[in-house]
Design a protein around this ligand. Structure first.
Ligand SMILES: O=C(O)C1=C[C@@H](OP(=O)(O)O)[C@@H](O)[C@H](O)C1
Ligand SMILES: C=C(OP(=O)(O)O)C(=O)O
Length: 409
């Protein structure tokens, strides 16, 4: 599906959007629910990634295809490895077979798992014969993806001695690890995270509880992008959010202040208000703690005509696509001057944005959604726009409700 996007006739927007539950929280809670059926989940994400996770958890034998879902791939690897009597092949999209899983497989093998590679060493597809995991101490690199660590932490309460992880190297995407520990705590599991050591205690049962998933802050980023590019006075309210989020991407509240967007809370509604111009002409951001909002911020900067230098982007090359290369290619098409390394991105100040450019999305939901706010500054096409369903299936409908012109070509 190819879309043509243009701005609403009024670029002073007053609107409210209800956003689906966080996919990160949802996929963690789904796994915990499979281990502890007394857990009920409210405001579950309606994303493809949560759907494949739910389906995957129901399989005992045969092939599980998790498509593009990184969390489902990593979390289910740990889950199946620890479930006696389950025997599955875990696979995904072509891109998923290029996303590394060796660190997690090796850690699980040390705990006693039986996992083998069916194609390339270190990558899906993998065959998993579930076993009782008897060991509990493992040391693993922490600088490639936090999802390996979260996967181990999620199964930890079901292991007879819990888990003790020693994290080696600079820990990346730390808020996602803290989110995992936060959810474990909410269901009564005891853990500690001191320096580079994480310990989780075993737990046999969990008291009946309903866990409410906060809406997705990464999805909220696109509305921050829109608010930043709209007229002063624009107000977009999003629900359902809380001030004390487990999601690291809630750092958007601070980042977008610099772009003239103020955030306030009324109960579970968060309101983004455009109150002024950016407070600088170039910006520096370290996004090692919030890698998923890098694309949104880069596009916002182009739209505002400001420059930025982003660091901490070393995980972007192994996500749904190589996001650094994808950003470079697409922003260049729009007339930007941009350079990237393996872990940084620099966008120069540029005042003109080309019109009617077709943005390629590389099977990456965030490429489609990050560029959409730019319709406030130019007209553009988005190729393969259906990719948004990985995290936010209603995205284009919600954009139409803000009166953007979204036309299928
Ligand atoms: O644990 C999670 O839910 C996630 C962790 C992050 O991955 P990395 O730790 O690989 O950066 C993030 O990019 C991804 O979208 C979701
Ligand atoms: C990187 C992402 O997801 P995953 O790693 O779970 O595929 C994302 O949603 O931006």
């Amino acid at each position: 599906m190819k879309l043509h996007l243009s701005a609403p006739s009024q670029t002073l927007i007053k609107s409210t959007v209800k956003i689906t539950g966080s996919k990160s929280e949802s996929n963690r809670l789904l796994l915990l629910q499979a281990l502890f059926p007394s857990i009920k989940i409210d405001n579950l994400s309606n994303s493809d990634d949560a759907e494949v996770m739910q389906k995957g958890l129901q399989v005992s034998n045969g092939v599980v295809d998790i498509h593009h879902a990184g969390t489902a791939m990593r979390f289910l690897t740990a889950y199946f490895a620890s479930q006696e009597n389950k025997d599955v092949t875990l696979t995904g999209s072509k891109r998923m077979t290029e996303r590394p899983i060796k660190v997690l497989v090796e850690a699980l093998r040390i705990l006693g798992a039986d996992i083998s590679y069916l194609k390339d060493e270190g990558y899906p597809p993998i065959a998993i014969k579930g076993k009782k995991l008897t060991k509990h101490k493992v040391s693993l690199p922490a600088d490639i993806s936090s999802q390996y660590i979260s996967a181990l932490l999620l199964i930890a309460p079901s292991l007879e001695n819990g888990i003790e992880l020693e994290l080696v190297g600079k820990i990346t995407s730390v808020p996602y690890i803290k989110m995992t520990l936060g959810l474990l705590s909410q269901i009564g599991v005891v853990s500690s995270f001191n320096g580079n050591t994480i310990k989780v205690s075993p737990k046999e049962t969990v008291e009946p509880t309903t866990q409410v998933v906060e809406s997705d802050w990464s999805s909220a980023s696109y509305f921050y992008g829109i608010a930043a590019l709209c007229e002063i006075g624009t107000e977009i309210s999003l629900s359902a959010y809380s001030k004390n989020s487990l999601q690291g991407d809630s750092v958007l509240k601070e980042i977008y202040k610099d772009f003239g967007v103020e955030t306030s809370f009324q109960g579970h509604e968060v309101t983004l208000k455009k109150i002024g111009a950016p407070n600088n002409s170039t910006f520096n951001f370290d996004l090692a703690n919030a890698p998923d909002i890098a694309q949104t911020i880069a596009v916002t900067c182009l739209g505002l005509g400001v420059g930025c230098h982003m660091t901490g982007l070393h995980t972007l090359k192994i996500k749904e696509t190589d996001r650094l290369e994808a950003l470079k290619t697409e922003l260049t098409k729009l007339g930007a001057s941009i350079s990237v390394t393996d872990k940084t991105l620099t966008l120069e100040v540029s005042k003109e944005i080309k019109k009617e450019i077709a943005i390629d999305t590389y099977n990456d939901h965030r490429m489609a959604m990050a560029f959409a706010p730019l319709a406030l500054k130019t007209t553009l096409f988005v190729n393969d726009a259906e990719v948004v369903s990985k995290s936010y299936p209603d995205f284009w409908e919600d954009l139409k409700n803000l009166k953007f012109k979204v036309q299928t070509i």
